[in-house]
Structure formats: C-alpha cells, structure tokens
Design a protein around this ligand. Structure first.
Ligand code: 4AD
Ligand code: MG
Length: 433
C-alpha cells in the first residue's frame, strides 16, 4: 500500500479474502439484469468487479447503472481468486463512490485510424497497449541508468539551450536568447566531454531536438537520448561497453516486463538472442554488400533506412557498422590511424529492420586537428573555444555514444512506427496535443 489507503490492482493477490478499496476508471462493463460486471483499470492493471443488486445499497446500484466508459470511481469489495478474471482475481463489490460520470468517450473499444488516435493521444495513452508501452519505456530508461551507475558512471546534465551545433547545422531549431541566436540542443555530447574530463565516466540524459524535414517511421523532432562519455576509453572500449549495456538491458527487460511484451504482441525470440559480442561490418563492406543486393551507394553517402535494414537482415542480433568516411559524419570524430579518410565511429543497428539505435565514436583529442575540422565544417570557431580548451588542458583519448530511447523502444517493443514510443510525439507537422 502507498501513502494513501487503497490497493493497486497489481497487488490484489496479497489481499485474498479481504475487503479492499480500489480507485480507478471504468474500462468496460457488461450487465445482465441484476448483476453488473465492471472492468476497472487503475494504471497498474485491470480487475473485474461483480456487483449484485442484492448486495449493495439502492444508491450504490443507481450509481452503477449510470456508469459510462472512463467514469472515475472508488469501489470497496472483497477479493477472491477467479481464474477466468483478468489478472486472476475478482472483486465482490460492496460499495461504490462515483467521482465523475464520463462524457461520451471518443475512444470506444474498437479500431480507430492513426490520425484520430494521435489527435486523441491524451486519452489514447489510457489503453492497455499504450500503458504497457509506457511501462516498457520506463523500464528501458531505468535499466540503462542502472547499468551505467553500477559501472561507475555519474549522471551530469547538459543544457538544452546552446549556441553550439553538435550534429550539423541543417537540423537546428533556432530560438531568440535575449537578442542572440540560440538553438535547442541536438545532443549533450560536447558538454559531456567537458564533464568527463571532470568526473571520468559520465552520462547525460536529455531531450534532443532535430528539425528533420524527413517524414519516416524512425524520426522524431523531439526525442530522448542517453549519452555516456568516457575519459580514456578507446574506440574498442566504447564498442565493448555498448555490447555489455545492450545485453544486460534487453535481458533485464525480458525478465521484468514479460506481461508488457505480451500485451504489445512482441515475439521475444529475437530479443533473447541479444547477447554480446555483436557482429561488425565495415562501411566499405556494407557498401559492397548493398551493391550486390541492388542498393548501390556512392562512397561517402550516408546509409538510409532501406540500407540499414538490408545490412541488419544478415544478422540475428544487433550489428555494428563501423569506420565511416569522415565526410559522412560529425566534425569531432577521431580518424582511423590506418586510413585517415575514415573515422573511428560505429552505428549500432537493431535487427529486424529497426535501424540505428546507437551512434558513437572516439573523439578527436588533438587540438590542431580538431580546430582544422571545425574550420572544414564551417562552424563558428568562437563558439567552440571552450570545446577546444578541453584539448589544451589535459587532453586524453576519450569516447562515447548516444542511444535514442524511442528508437530502442520501437525495436524492443516491435512497433512499426516510432510515434507510439513517446507519450506525446513531436512529428513533422504535429505538435499537438
Ligand atoms: O547518431 P546521432 O545523431 O549521434 C549523436 O547525437 C551523438 N552526439 C551521440 C554521442 O556520441 N554522444 O544520434 C544518436 C542516436 C541515434 O542512434 C538514434 O537512436 C537517436 O539518437 N536519434 C533519433 N531518434 C529519434 N528521432 C530522431 N530524429 C533521431 N536522431 C537521432
Ligand atoms: Mg547517427
């Protein structure tokens, strides 16, 4: 029991034979003459409450008669085991207090179109599938943070308003900062590099914003990203960390979220194969393979969604695509010592066609090279003085990566579109509700 004196539906097993108070909403009802069968949801589960006219007061019975879908209510009744009931328990209702009789609920229990569901997102979130998804999302974030903390990482938050472009200048959201131009952050990485030099192993966990004009199943305008950054980690250390992280996180989600995965209809077999080490394919090899499969790219082109899917289809677990042409990637990546036209960067592609879930790299630690890259990318050098400073005062090799929460959840939950993976999606042409 929490601070208040009522019971969560998920905990009913502990109260068999007792009278409990439950607070929730009417999910559905069925009535046959002198008996009402109420399906009540409280966010932790759904339970059937049975109310017989003979067992409750006339006032209570009259209230029950008026209940509409999503009416809010408090009930009192005895808990009994019942295998046929959802959750395995049933409540024999003794009394009820109705808080509000809901208006005609727009999301009646039938199929609806996507646009309608998105317009009604504030209510759609109440459906069992969406509740399961939000629980999976919560668990995913929890497990990611658990792993990092167990491994000695410190969470250090990074700013949302910034004058710096981290991931290219084409997707910046501009805003006015008292007469100066500021942007909504695309990534906390540059700041995390500073905090890594202060604390060693850090991560930031923040919304990120990309004014991407692309309307795909994978792109959000506002998304959440967790970004570990590690002083002294090499490129190899970085990949190993990602493998261990994903293995533990997916394993723990399978262990703790079996009900949620079932609710969303996820086939868990592919998830059970997520075990380190993950296969690797170089960018060059990927290009050759893509050409053989009728998806040719010019050397230097970035991989699009169909390319990522075609590459990942060859593997039964996440795969690293590594060593990209420098020109394809961001300005801060360390060159491959054997082939300086490449960078020590890897994208982790989820299996089953879900695409990139992690982007990471070793960072340039040499002052002169970094300044040269900032110039090549035509970034305003004055805004990067502090970032260059990190290479003047105790520069060390360091690496990091960013994992997009919604991309990862879309894969783990087996969704066909990223829009269901965040409570209130911001998409191209959608900022409401
Ligand atoms: O590959 P990205 O752009 O890498 C960075 O931002 C680095 N600064 C991260 C780092 O090294 N600290 O983005 C990282 C991840 C992607 O792999 C993807 O999961 C997610 O962020 N992501 C998006 N998710 C949803 N919608 C978008 N528009 C996304 N853009 C990136
Ligand atoms: Mg990327």
């Amino acid at each position: 029991m929490g601070a208040a004196d009522y019971v969560a539906i998920k905990d009913l097993a502990q109260y068999e034979g007792e009278v409990v108070e439950i607070r929730g909403w009417l999910y559905n009802r069925r009535s046959s003459g002198k008996i009402h069968f109420l399906l009540i949801r409280d966010g932790t589960g759904v339970v059937q409450a049975v109310a017989a006219a003979n067992d409750v007061s006339t006032t209570a019975w009259e209230q029950l008669e008026q209940l509409t879908q999503e009416s809010s209510l408090i009930i009192w009744g005895t808990v009994s085991r019942d295998e046929r009931s959802p959750g395995g328990f049933e409540i024999h209702l003794q009394d009820v207090r109705v808080l509000q009789i809901a208006d005609d609920y727009p999301l009646a229990l039938k199929e609806h179109g996507v646009e309608f569901l998105l317009n009604t997102r504030h209510l759609w979130l109440r459906s069992p599938r969406q509740v399961a998804l939000m629980r999976l999302r919560d668990r995913l974030m929890f497990e990611l943070e658990c792993f990092l903390r167990q491994d000695g990482f410190v969470r250090v938050d990074t700013p949302i308003l910034t004058p710096n472009a981290c991931e290219g200048t084409s997707t910046l959201f501009e805003t006015d900062y008292f007469g100066e131009t500021a942007y909504l952050t695309q990534s906390g990485q540059l700041y995390s590099e500073a905090t890594a030099a202060a604390l060693g192993k850090v991560y930031c966990f923040s919304p990120a914003f990309r004014a991407e004009k692309s309307k795909t199943r994978r792109h959000l305008i506002e998304f959440w990203m967790i970004e570990p950054e590690m002083a002294f980690y090499t490129y190899e250390d970085n990949l190993k960390l990602q493998e261990e992280l994903m293995t533990q996180v997916v394993g723990n989600i399978l262990e703790h979220c079996a009900d949620e995965l079932e609710e969303v209809g996820r086939d868990i077999k592919p998830l059970e194969r997520v075990k380190a080490p993950f296969p690797r394919i170089s960018y060059d090899e990927a290009l050759e393979q893509l050409a053989r499969e009728g998806l040719p790219l010019e050397w230097g082109d970035d991989l699009g969604a169909p390319h990522e899917t075609a590459i990942a289809d060859h593997f039964d677990r996440p795969v690293f695509v590594e060593r990209f042409p420098a020109q394809t990637k961001a300005f801060y990546m360390e060159p491959d010592p054997n082939r300086p036209e490449l960078v020590l960067a890897a994208d982790l592609l989820a299996p089953e066609g879900y695409g990139e879930i992690i982007g990471g790299s070793e960072r340039i630690h040499d002052y002169d090279l970094l300044r040269e890259r900032i110039r090549q990318h035509e970034l305003p050098e004055s805004e990067f003085q502090w970032y260059l400073d990190l290479r003047r005062f105790g520069s060390v090799p360091h690496s990091g990566f960013g994992l997009g929460i919604e991309r990862a959840l879309t894969w783990v939950a087996g969704l066909d579109h990223v829009r269901e993976s965040i409570p209130f999606p911001r998409l191209l042409n959608r900022i409401r509700p």
